[in-house]
Design a protein around this ligand. Sequence first.
Ligand code: ADP
Ligand code: TRP
Length: 355
Amino acid sequence: MAKEIVLSGIRSTGNLHLGNYYGALRNFVRMQDDYDCNFFIADLHALTTNPDPQQLHASVKQILAEYLAAGLDPEKSTIYIQSDIPEVSELYLLLNMHVGIGELMRTASFKDKARKALGIGPATEGADDEAFEHQIIGAETNKRVNAGLLTYPTLMAVDILIQKATKVPVGKDQEQHLELTRRFARRFNSFYGVDLFPEPQNYNFGAAAVKVPGLDGSGKMGKSEGNCIYLIDDPKVLRKKVMRAVTDEGPKEPNQPVSQPVANLFSLMELTSAPEVVAHYRQAYADCSIRYGDLKKQLAEDILAVTTPIRERINDILANEDYLRRVVADGAERARARAAATLAEVRQVMGIRKF
Ligand code: ADP
Ligand code: TRP
């Protein structure tokens, strides 16, 4: 029986951090043996925030090296760069004919990014959507919200649908994009009376979706939050970041509830440390003997045990340009074969045919 098709990608906007690793990359690695896996670098998506060309180029290569260093195996998975598949850009144009600008404007990620582009703060409860829409329409060219940002979900849907993937391992923040992908697939199928696109589901290896917290006491580790531990951080930098993590004054009485910043440290520990180590520090918290300095030292070493082997491979892989080129050339060839077949079907059903 044919294996189920798995697909996921990460934007090339910098180095990978622990959130990307536990939320996405670790799942990719674990799925390689059981599925028809396709993992790519979303460089076209990165363009939606107008990166510096040099940086974009370097980031694509860096993420490719990080994918491989973390254990993605080109013998098992198809690994490619999004822009190497021109069929994606054509299907993006075609699928946009069935996507509403209203539904795109209501997407949470669009609202966030549009606010950032316009230089206005995060949305508040009961925010006035109409005023916001006027700001978008009336924006001067120096603070515009680009159309690529609006159609980001169409492009993501195309990445998935063009490969007919059914399982998409991503973090919780991507749920809404997947919901739109399913909606676009259903709409296309029913408009043309075909059964062309399957509906993809989010997938997390084992348990529920992971959310890796930041070191600053905030909810989420993320590039734009500036609170990241990167896979490439060297031991000195990494230890320093962990030692500086926000905590509180310490428990004053036994079994006191844990504050958010300390809960974050425990969450990181749950991901990286042995169960008995976590149990030890939880007990120390409960009986007020805990010293956060000790916990942080332990946490830093346990994170390093995860990141060091990856970090050590990254530079070797980066140095081997021929190998990197071969991996993505081979990946693009495989990914294009299926993309071209899907695109041909789409053109046919939409009436774009030779006569
Ligand atoms: P960032 O939020 O740092 O810009 P991306 O948006 O490029 O990262 O995310 C790439 C992948 O990593 C997605 O599947 C996303 O869900 C996952 N991811 C990012 N940050 C986290 C986090 N803190 N916890 C869990 N998963 C995350
Ligand atoms: N939007 C995803 C993110 O920000 C990246 C992405 C682009 C993606 N296309 C995809 C993820 C297709 C899964 C499948 O992380």
